[in-house]
Design a protein around this ligand. Structure first.
Ligand code: HEM
Length: 181
């Protein structure tokens, strides 16, 4: 396994954001959650990591199918039919990834402060969530159960599907790379 880089106390760096970030991570690491993650047995981290992966797999598996449909694949299947199972599976997967991810982070939070992949992963997740919000405002998405969509609406949905795929693939790639920094 690749060696993790030596921890650099970035709190002393000139940019005030680094200090805020470091202080937040130090607080998280010293929290009851951080203690529980480190002190409740040798299998805890592994099991929580497995949970994280199951959450990520559920999220991305569902998102992949939905996004490909938004991009125009499987046009013979109604968007509403594909959205019905994929949206709740993706939402549940995200909640599992979120809760298990916070536990993983709390274990050794200060070690991640200088890790560039963290600064790619979290904005990618944020953008992915903003894209979900935007999708919910699109007339094509709102009308998916009631009528045929116009070509302009289909185009808007395919843009949202493309952005979504880029965001979640970036989050997965950066998440996987964090450990190799
Ligand atoms: C939203 C809150 C999340 C937090 C706080 C979080 C945090 C973390 C942490 C701390 C790790 C361990 C890094 C390491 O030391 O190896 C990790 C791993 C990972 N995360 Fe997340 N994560 C979150 C959500 C997500 C999401 C939404 C995705 C994908 C869409 C994702 C994908 C991954 C992947 C692929 C790994 C690598 C796991 C492995 O290789 O064992 N994470 N995450």
């Amino acid at each position: 396994m690749a060696a993790r880089s030596t921890f650099i106390p970035i709190a002393s760096s000139a940019w005030p954001g680094n200090r805020v970030m470091y202080e937040f991570m130090a607080w998280l690491q010293a929290s009851a959650l951080g203690h529980a993650m480190r002190e409740s047995g040798v299998w805890t981290y592994g099991v929580v990591n497995l949970t994280h992966i199951l959450g990520v797999a559920s999220l991305f598996g569902a998102v992949l199918v939905l996004d490909l449909r938004l991009l125009g694949v499987w046009r013979n299947i109604a968007l509403a039919t594909i959205a019905e199972p994929t949206v709740p599976v993706a939402a549940t997967g995200f909640l599992i990834a979120l809760t298990s991810g916070v536990c993983l982070l709390a274990t050794k939070a200060t070690e991640y402060v200088g890790n560039p992949f963290l600064y790619i992963k979290f904005p990618a997740i944020g953008l992915g969530l903003l894209n979900v919000l935007a999708l919910n405002f699109l007339s094509g998405w709102k009308a998916r159960k009631t009528r045929e969509l116009s070509s302009h609406e289909r185009l808007q949905l395919s843009v949202a599907g493309g952005i979504s795929l880029v965001c979640w693939l970036t989050a997965i790639t950066a998440g996987r790379m964090i450990g190799y920094w």
